[in-house]
Each structure stands twice: as C-alpha cells, then as structure tokens.
Ligand binder design. Structure first.
Ligand SMILES: [Zn+2]
Length: 134
C-alpha cells in the first residue's frame, strides 16, 4: 500500500472530497489509525518473541537499540508501575530483615538504611546478652 492509495482512502472518508483540507483532516485521522496499528503489530511481534524465549538483548538488536530501551518500549506501563512500586517498597524495607513498611510496622530511618521495631528489639536483646556475659 503506497501513499497515493492511502490518500485516496483518506479522500473517500473526507466530508467534502473536493476540499483538500477536508482530505487532510481525514488523512491525519487515518495516519493516527495506521500508526496505532503499526504499534500494535510491533507489540504483538515482540510479545510472541518474548513468549518464545527471545531475550530483550536479542529483541533490542533487531530494532537497533539497547536491551533496556527495548524492555522499556515494549513492557506495558502497568508492569512498569508494578516494578517501580515493588522497587520503592523494597527500598523502604527494613535493612536487616527486609520487612516492608506498613501501617503496623514502625521503622527507624537512618542515613543509609532503616530498621524495623522487631529488629531493634532483637538487636537490644543481643546487645543486652553480650553485656551480661562480660
Ligand atoms: Zn527488621
């Protein structure tokens, strides 16, 4: 399908096919649909390649961009948000037991990490036990 075929298709959709600006309006809409279709085509092809076990590195190579760019481009935004949320939760977790923060988990924040109240208690018991043995 070449550009003049597509232009004819746009003209046939135009309110007034004799008006070039009406044809342009129809061409803009058609172009939007085509690029959505092209994106959907690539999304589907990438999803199938991933399901068949292709790596992000191999997929990125086909497009001429990096593994990270390929993953970023073709991972649905929802999955990105989930990953970011999980990472943020992990960043906020207790540095000792990895317990995530929560309404019922008190956390003491320090410069390079944080400690939950259970770990504070455990640490207190350990230190108290050491003191007794001295
Ligand atoms: Zn802890």
């Amino acid at each position: 399908m070449d550009a003049s075929d597509l232009l004819e298709r746009a003209r046939s959709r135009a309110g007034d096919p004799a008006d070039p600006l009406e044809t342009l309006t129809a061409a803009i809409a058609l172009g939007g649909e085509l690029s959505t279709d092209a994106d959907a085509l690539l999304d589907l092809a990438v999803r199938q390649a991933r399901q068949a076990g292709a790596s992000w590195t191999a997929i990125g190579e086909r497009f001429g961009f990096s593994k990270q760019a390929a993953r970023k481009r073709f991972t649905p935004p929802f999955a990105h948000r989930q990953l970011a949320n999980r990472r943020r939760k992990l960043d906020m977790a207790c540095s000792f037991c990895r317990q995530p923060p929560g309404a019922r988990v008190h956390m003491v924040h320090g410069e390079g990490g944080r400690i939950c109240e259970q770990c504070v208690e455990l640490a207190h018991e350990i230190v108290a036990g050491m003191a007794k043995r001295r």
